[in-house]
Ligand binder design. Structure first.
Ligand SMILES: [Zn+2]
Ligand SMILES: [Zn+2]
Length: 374
């Protein structure tokens, strides 16, 4: 079968001919892949800065933002049937008995670092015609979401972050109502999203549907398909070409939440200066090697203490976040039926993947589609 793989030693990315994966466990599920999104992580892997092949292998099949259709199930499979559309999660648990996170199915909180990640670290990914996976790592997609389900994985980052911050947002300031419904959790609060890529836009949609007054700040100058999405979902776009962080802070007032989705450390650090009193700053980007910059740690520390601020990093996403992500996609589709389809920049055959993965995407989310698309 056809797959797309990176060969770090040969410094090459190419379409390969692999043997079909085998179903070796009763709870195994055979999936025919439909759509695989590509993102900045794939770009880094294909630039040989990131990513590790499975032990003893020379290559790593890429692809972690995947949607497929079940074509065969093992005798122990209970929830799934052939024909179901599914989204696999990415991270797989470490083997250490003492890792409480992995032992309880929360491998996104793994303590040891010995987890694997499909398409990223020591496990082949989903950019292949067929993939075999354990039932417990698969999330069922409602039929009406089939076209956008490729956004589930990048959206799960925002969903996990929201669950984490709502807990601290609702429980830390003592006067807040702890039982507020999810759609009103951000009522009266302002959120600033940094970055206008897929993670930023899906984060902004999550914040708007949670009731935050939402702003998105990035380099991009309008008009563009990305800034159009910001306007259409009822958020406000601010360009760093026009406004400094000080001016952004003056325009918004108290910034209750910052959701960082750029992965550029200097920009992220500079944004800390506009985080408001009792504010929470969520970091999701993973910067590559960058030049050292000067900063003023005394100012950062002083502000964080005097303003009761929280700095929260969040990685990947657990099973719960994938479920929330599918619910959120339904909600986005209900609210913005003409906007959600524009998030998919285009679908391309696997032969174009090696070239597309290295390019900055022209639209929002570039998707690789395998034959037999339905
Ligand atoms: Zn990704
Ligand atoms: Zn672990």
């Amino acid at each position: 079968m056809k797959a797309v793989a990176v060969f770090p030693h040969e410094r090459e990315v190419r379409v390969t001919d692999e043997s079909d994966p085998a179903m070796t466990s009763p709870d195994h599920v055979m999936i025919r892949m439909l759509d695989i999104g590509i993102c900045g992580t794939d770009r880094e892997i294909c630039n040989f800065q990131y990513g590790v092949p499975p032990p003893g292998e020379e290559h790593l099949t890429i692809g972690h933002e995947a949607v497929g259709r079940v074509i065969e199930i093992g005798p122990g499979v209970e929830r799934l049937a052939p024909g179901d559309v599914v989204v696999p999660s990415v991270r797989r648990p470490c083997m250490h008995p003492e890792c409480l996170s992995c032992r309880t199915g929360h491998q996104d909180f793994c303590y040891t670092g010995d987890f694997s990640e499909r398409g990223i670290k020591e496990a082949h990914g989903c950019m292949a015609e067929r993939v075999v996976e354990h039932e417990r790592y698969l999330n069922v997609v409602p039929p009406q979401l089939r076209e956008f389900a490729v956004l589930t994985e990048p959206l799960s980052i925002a969903q996990k972050a929201m669950e984490q911050i709502f807990w601290s947002m609702q429980h830390r300031p003592p006067w807040l109502d702890r039982d507020v419904p999810p759609g009103e959790r951000g009522r009266g609060l302002s959120a600033l999203v940094l970055g206008v890529g897929p993670v930023g836009l899906l984060g902004a949609m999550t914040l708007v549907t949670s009731g935050f007054t939402t702003y998105v700040y990035s380099r991009e100058q309008p008009p563009s398909p990305r800034t159009d999405v910001v306007a259409k979902i009822g958020a406000t776009y601010l360009s760093s070409a026009d406004l400094t962080f000080d001016q952004v802070g003056a325009q918004i007032g108290n910034v209750d939440l910052i959701y960082e989705a750029v992965g550029q450390s200097y920009f992220a650090l500079a944004a800390l200066t506009v985080l408001g009193t009792n504010g929470i700053y969520v970091l999701t980007g993973v910067p590559g090697l960058e030049d050292l910059v000067q900063s003023d740690p005394a100012r950062i520390m002083r502000e964080m203490v005097l303003k009761n601020q929280v700095l929260l990093g969040t990685v990947n996403a657990g099973a719960e976040a994938f479920g929330l992500s599918l619910d959120a996609l339904s909600e986005f589709d209900r609210r913005w039926p003409t906007v959600v389809p524009t998030l998919i920049a285009g679908r391309f055959p696997p032969g174009q993947a090696p070239e597309l993965v290295l390019k900055r995407p022209a639209g929002i989310k570039t998707v690789i589609s395998f034959e037999g698309r339905d």
